[in-house]
Design a protein around this ligand. Structure first.
Ligand code: NAD
Length: 460
């Protein structure tokens, strides 16, 4: 079986040196890999190693750092097939999406290879969640290394395999010992040590808002830099003049891909009264076409959910909505058949007649449900969209560009898609307003977050 090792100070630690856990496939519970469970002591050793490596790496010429990052990107691409397979097996997403995630992560390394600078923050702790375990790590690793910082990464405890393979490819590209380190283990221990230990000068975190709140409070004790990419509750507005067919297809794709386990997933759909019937019909049609199954199979659009806890939370939000008067239009249950018995499968679900009293419209579900609420004016839709503690992404579909731009300016979100269902691009800043986070990743801003500003004044 595949073995996932921690990497500390240029060494891959044998898994036998630690307690070992088995990572299982959410589609069928089959074992995928053995992984060692690290401790606070491992986190401390990794931080010490990163601290020791920092002077050499930060003073390495940026051309040399770029060369190593490009070589690392090439290695990730060379190994993309096998890493993607592991990702599908541990996380559930279809293989085509896993492959795209790995290739995109290699692209991030290439992008940041071209952006090296000076005056960097020092040792960084990079802590990531299970929904895009490789992609979200690459968003941190790329700018961190390009800037000249060293790091200790802590992948998610229940999906550490592909992320560790990604870091191993970077390590195999020949970076000096201690520049890249990976520790495994529970967030409450290993993650907490990386946050609390004064050696780390920057915490780059993606995960739940509650975890981010705790991290920010701990970081305050040492006035550490933080960038926090947290939860979302993204609205999708369909105006009366929108191209309804396009809007429905875009909505289905953004609400259900990765089983709705995306921070910028569509969580709330607001549709103009006059097009609500047509939109709803088309959305249901698009939803029922999605093919669900084991991610390793060809022609699968949706895999299982990552865990039973995620599935139970989705069901609980759905039940709360139905109890409060929502109408179930499709999905709403587990698919039937032997192929689905052992996995955490759930059918993509569309609800109509949702309102803001329902949990599904207020809390992050992180599951495949699209609840629809109707509106009379665009003004009202924007107020509803902004009535949330979150502010990560928002989408609006309209054929009037003025309406689109005015709405984009008024929507309280770090990214707004006008007639497009994605707000992620290597070169553009990504991040949240309100309780969705602080700081930005990607683009030039992603690099800035690993740099310090210094004013040097010479008296001559
Ligand atoms: P999580 O907060 O439970 O865990 C994220 C990481 O933090 C894991 O590696 C975990 O082990 C670690 N961790 C947990 N407690 C910690 C602590 N006390 N100290 C340090 N580290 C700790 O989140 P999750 O359930 O893995 O991921 C899902 C969440 O991530 C959702 O809320 C989703 O919206 C969010 N997310 C946000 C973005 C974004 O860019 N804004 C992207 C993807 C996911």
């Amino acid at each position: 079986m595949h073995q996932t090792h921690m990497i500390i100070d240029g060494e891959q630690l044998p898994i036998s040196s630690h307690k070992v856990e088995t990572i299982c496939n959410p589609a069928n519970q089959e074992p995928v890999a053995l992984v060692s469970v690290g401790t606070r002591q491992d986190a401390r050793m990794a931080l010490e190693a990163a601290k020791k490596a920092f002077p050499l790496w930060s003073e390495t010429a940026c051309e040399k750092r770029a060369e190593l990052l490009h070589s690392a990107a090439d290695l990730v691409r060379e190994r993309a097939k096998s890493i993607a397979r592991l990702l599908t097996q541990e996380q559930g997403k279809p293989l085509k999406n896993a492959r795209a995630e790995i290739l995109s992560s290699a692209g991030i390394l290439d992008y940041y290879a071209e952006e090296g600078r000076r005056n960097v923050v020092g040792v960084a702790a990079l802590i990531t969640p299970w929904n895009y375990p490789v992609d979200l790590l690459s968003w941190k690793v790329g700018p961190c290394l390009a800037a000249g910082c060293t790091f200790v990464a802590k992948p998610p405890s229940r999906a550490p395999v592909a992320a560790t393979e990604f870091v191993r490819a970077i390590y195999d590209a020949g970076l000096p010992a201690g520049v890249v380190n990976v520790v495994h283990g529970p967030g409450s221990e290993v993650g907490a040590e990386l946050v609390e230990n004064p050696i780390s000068r920057k915490i780059a975190f993606t995960g739940e808002t509650e975890t981010g709140r705790w991290i920010m409070a701990q970081a305050a004790l040492h006035i550490k830099r933080v960038s926090l990419e947290l939860g979302g509750q993204s609205p999708f507005i369909v105006c009366g003049d929108a191209d309804i067919e396009k809007a429905a297809a875009a909505c289905a794709q953004r609400a259900f891909s990765n089983m709705g386990q995306i921070c910028i997933s569509v969580n709330r759909v607001y549709v103009a009264d006059e097009v609500a019937e047509e939109f709803t019909d088309r959305l249901v049609h698009q939803t029922e076409r999605l093919r669900i199954g084991n991610g390793l199979k060809e022609n699968v659009d949706l895999g299982p959910m990552f865990s039973n806890e995620q599935r139970e939370k989705t069901k609980e939000h759905m039940k709360d909505a139905l109890d409060r008067g929502a109408e179930l239009l499709c999905g709403g249950r587990e698919p039937e058949g032997e192929a689905f018995e052992k996995g955490y499968f759930f059918l993509p679900t569309v609800l109509d007649r949702a309102d803001h009293k329902m949990k599904i419209m207020r809390e992050e579900t992180f599951g495949p449900v699209a609840p629809i609420m109707r509106f009379e004016t665009v003004d009202e839709a924007i107020k509803l969209a902004n009535d949330s503690n979150y502010g990560l992404a928002a989408y609006i579909y309209t054929s009037d560009i003025a309406t689109g731009i005015q709405a984009a300016e008024r929507l309280e979100a770090g990214g707004v898609g006008v007639n497009i269902n994605n707000v992620m691009d290597y070169q553009m800043p990504f991040g949240g307003w309100k309780e969705s986070g602080i700081g930005r990743e990607l683009g030039h801003y992603g690099l800035e977050s690993f740099l310090e500003i210094k004013h040097i004044r010479l008296g001559i």
